[in-house]
Design a protein around this ligand. Structure first.
Ligand SMILES: [Zn+2]
Ligand SMILES: [Zn+2]
Length: 98
């Protein structure tokens, strides 16, 4: 097995094996992840409004208890899916009813 020393932030890491690209792991169960959460957490960066939404980008495996497919090319991590559902449920039309 071939090993090489890779300089990283704050030190060195020894990488062994042929594959340099590390397979991302699911945030929940550590299985090989293949989708990233597309939940938009912010449209601002350091106080500057941008047109580029900042997404959660959490890696999830395709297990339905870890990620939820919400549309074409859109997946939410379970936590954000639950959150978005709750938000949708609690958001009442701002208005006169009381
Ligand atoms: Zn998972
Ligand atoms: Zn997320």
């Amino acid at each position: 097995m071939k090993c090489e020393v890779v300089r990283s932030r704050g030190g060195y890491a020894i990488v062994c094996g042929g594959r340099r690209q590390k397979q991302p792991a699911c945030y929940r169960d550590g299985r090989p992840a293949s989708v990233q959460c597309d939940f938009i957490v912010s449209r601002r960066t350091a106080g500057v409004a941008t047109n580029v939404p900042v997404t959660c980008d959490r890696w999830c495996c395709t297990d339905t208890s870890c990620s939820v497919h919400v549309g074409p090319n859109r997946d939410y991590c379970r936590a954000h899916y639950d959150q978005s559902e709750k938000t949708a449920a609690t958001s009442s039309p701002s208005g006169s009813a009381a």
